[in-house]
Design a protein around this ligand. Structure first.
Ligand code: MTE
Ligand code: MO
Length: 383
């Protein structure tokens, strides 16, 4: 079958769909290390994993509204300054299963682990675009360019057998501070097949759907990508919209993700012994907004205590071109005392004082994206 050449995968991944392969690690894996190991990083695909086996002949085509279209080989990309950016990648469908409990939604059922934090190594897209004559900090050009589309090597049924596609604005693409990468390394190792070998886009602070894997071409265009995943998916609709009255063109493609957190050191429901229990999890916000604080409540949200937070810059990979960690999650921890059945709630606040919504009902949408409601786990006394 077209799925007969999939790469080997870690046995502890929870497989939500086999073909295409969609899997997430156990919650506990996310709080065991600040940087998520590659084999435990969630995998989100819309088709078979393509095989790119001739690295010498592999190239990325730069085309569209540019003076001199050209092909870039891996050696050309590697000859540009290399940056290591620690960035959290999150699928817009993270925590969808909990949203579907309110009312049915369409999409792969994810628990809280369709997210991971990695050190991505590669060239900045802003430097690559300069090679074809588009200067840094360009919002539009006299050829009418305003968007940059990424087209993959893979094939998916949503595109009727065509490649996966997405786009970002030209101003984000040419802004060196946006840290958009063409990445060939993940956590200091060559990018593997599951995560986009030999080259993928990483758009920090933006839903994972825009970080196109197995890059085939970069298309400089006037309007945003007309691909399925920009126009007919990954949009946030109000709770009143259903499959009969949906009008896809009435909403913009989702880009930045909102403030998010989840408790990962315990399952829901978790049996615990009376006494001290360590509550650990992750918190992250999109758009480069850092996390201001994480609050924990044991009484349904009446009273809160602040958790402690850690953020370790990807020290072992830092080079002279390293950047800050505004794109990366914080891990939080609070020790609580449990003497009865207790619901533990986490909510995060970002640097713009955005707060996670209390209830999933208020953000429910038919595609089940962006469930960022307060995260709750139930602790029961037992052995
Ligand atoms: N790129 C291609 N070519 N094909 C895909 O199916 N899935 C996207 C994005 N890039 C996808 C893709 C989605 S929805 C997400 S969330 C991320 O890749 C997942 O990246 P990962 O598998 O490396 O975790
Ligand atoms: Mo995704």
């Amino acid at each position: 079958s077209e799925y007969s050449q999939e790469p080997p995968r870690h046995p502890s991944l929870k497989v939500n769909a086999k073909e295409p392969f969609n899997a997430e690690p156990p919650r506990s894996a996310l709080v065991s290390s600040y940087v998520t190991p590659v084999d435990l990083f969630y995998k989100r695909n819309h088709g078979p994993i393509p095989i790119v086996d001739h690295l010498q002949s592999y190239s990325v085509t730069l085309t569209g509204l540019i003076q001199n279209p050209r092909k870039l080989f891996i050696k050309d990309i590697r000859s540009l300054p290399k940056y290591n950016v620690t960035a959290t990648l999150q699928c817009a469908g993270n925590r969808r299963t909990a949203m579907s409990k309110v009312r049915n939604v369409r999409g792969v059922g994810w628990d809280v682990s369709a997210i991971g934090n990695a050190v991505w190594g590669g060239a900045k897209l802003a430097d690559v675009l300069e090679l074809v004559g588009i200067p840094k900090l360009t919002a539009s050009t006299n050829l009418g360019a305003r968007h940059v589309e990424f087209v993959s090597v893979d094939r998916c049924k949503e595109e009727n057998g065509g490649p996966y596609k997405a786009s970002i604005t030209l101003s984000q693409a040419t802004n060196p501070e946006a840290d958009v990468l063409l990445a060939y390394e993940m956590n200091g190792e060559t990018l593997n097949r599951d995560h986009g070998f030999p080259l993928r886009v990483v758009v920090p602070g933006v839903i994972g759907a825009r970080s196109v894997k197995w890059l085939d071409s970069i298309n400089v265009i006037a309007e945003e990508s007309q691909g399925f995943f920009m126009q007919k998916d990954y949009k946030m609709f109000p709770p009143s919209v259903n499959w009969d009255n949906i009008n896809w063109s009435s909403r913009r493609p989702q880009m930045d993700f909102p403030v998010q957190s989840a408790i990962c050191s315990v399952e829901d429901v978790q049996m615990v012994k009376p006494g001290k229990v360590s509550i650990k999890g992750y918190a992250v916000s999109g758009g480069g907004r850092g996390i201001e604080r994480v609050d924990i409540s044991l009484d349904g949200g009446k009273n809160w205590v602040e958790a402690s937070r850690t953020q370790e810059p990807g020290k072992q990979y830092i080079s002279e071109h390293s950047s800050s960690d505004k794109w990366a999650w914080v891990l939080f921890e609070a020790t609580i005392d449990v003497s009865q059945t207790t619901e533990v709630i986490a909510k995060a606040v970002d640097s713009a004082a955005n707060v996670q919504p209390e209830n999933v009902e208020s953000v429910w949408n038919l595609r089940g994206v962006l469930n960022t409601s307060w995260h709750r786990v139930l602790l029961r006394l037992g052995h």
